[in-house]
Design a protein around this ligand. Sequence first.
Ligand SMILES: Cc1cc2nc3c(=O)[nH]c(=O)nc-3n(C[C@H](O)[C@H](O)[C@H](O)COP(=O)(O)OP(=O)(O)OC[C@H]3O[C@@H](n4cnc5c(N)ncnc54)[C@H](O)[C@@H]3O)c2cc1C
Length: 425
Amino acid sequence: MAHIVVLGAGTGGMPAAYELRAKLGAEHKITVINERDYFQFVPSNPWLAVGWRDRSDITFDIKPYLQRKGIDFIGQRCDNIDADANTLTLDNGDSISYDYLVIATGPRLAFEEVEGSGPDGGHTQSICSVDHAETAWGAYQKLLEKGSGHIVVGAVPFASCFGPAYEFAFIVDTDLRKRKMRDKYHMTFVTSEPYIGHLGLGGVGDSKGMLESEMRNHHMKWITNAKTHKVEEGKMFIDQMDENGEVAKSHEVDFDFAMMLPAFKGVDAVSNVDGLCNPRGFVMVDDYQRNPKHPNIYSAGVCIAIPPVEATPVATGAPKTGYMIESMVTAIVHNIAHSLKGEEPEKVGTWNAICLADFGDTGAAFVALPQIPPRNVAWFKKGKWVHMAKIAFEKYFIRKMKKGSSEPIYEKYVLKMLGINRLKG
Ligand SMILES: Cc1cc2nc3c(=O)[nH]c(=O)nc-3n(C[C@H](O)[C@H](O)[C@H](O)COP(=O)(O)OP(=O)(O)OC[C@H]3O[C@@H](n4cnc5c(N)ncnc54)[C@H](O)[C@@H]3O)c2cc1C
């Protein structure tokens, strides 16, 4: 019997546990450890931050759903990984031993990299967790009471997830239009990307042209190549860099409400393990999602090390999106099954990306196969159908995480018809 521990119960960890359970015999024990006892559907946070959802819509208690499938759950933070002894230490002092460890701990939100940023003691909001999105909703309501002002939305250096910043900007714009208050607010998008629509991906299809046009149509100004380096109450300090990485212009932008996506790093328990991570604390993996130094440790999701798609004047990272993460998970599950039989791992995830970005009453969808260029397929399309599709996807994914089928049969065949598979070969 082997004990497989999945660390983190988010977009990567939950499907990993369900797929492992479906693939491996009942003689193997699977335990999920997560610092919180609830699952949160992160892509809905922009809606929560404008009051279109509340916490109960997008969270649920993890334990009963995993238990129903014969998966153990521990709602504790892991504080230490002893990779040589195959042991985890939890914040209640318990030790858990494993034969295989799947790390899916997502990002640590490194607000400290920009002085004065972040919702805990800083002056900017975040939508990266359900708690942050609730705090942002409180600040947004104060802005509405004020009746006018300047809204700044964007992403700081070393951010690697730009889509949600665009989503949030357009969702706020839609919400203000619905309230017939849009004419009272100025909006500026401030991003470390070299151009609008870069997305940490070197662009996808005509994402640059389409997003610029959308921003012009919605009266949003923008600052790209923005090295946001300090935030004070109501004021953001930004150096705009030229293509050689020199300061082209310094801005002091006044704001009444700001939501800036932070830099991502690896969480402490993971980044402290000798030889496991790159300097920013992301887990290094080979083609099989396996750590080269500790081959019984696999990793999927935002916590893995992926090189940036290209060098940019201000540091940007490559995003790890939902379907891409699920493809990593499927490869891990197959490779652990091989390893249990004494075979070498052989499955490689496609890292394909299918993304729906909601703009409030319309939206943009992109498909990038694979996500990292050069690509076989890349398109970026706008339409009202994307808004509807994103709502449907929210319901679908939360249901899928409760039912415990990581890749329902219809999902598998529909995507297959579109030429989108989770595994290479
Ligand atoms: C606001 C936002 C919107 C997004 N929208 C989309 C979208 O629409 N489509 C898309 O494809 N992608 C989207 N993404 C990108 C990506 O899909 C999500 O970030 C996704 O949640 C990442 O999954 P993950 O499993 O890597 O990390 P997470 O979902 O963050 O899960 C990590 C889990 O690990 C737990 N954890 C961390 N440290 C520890 C520890 N030491 N001990 C125990 N547990 C720990 C955390 O509590 C968390 O539950 C979005 C990202 C953000 C931030």
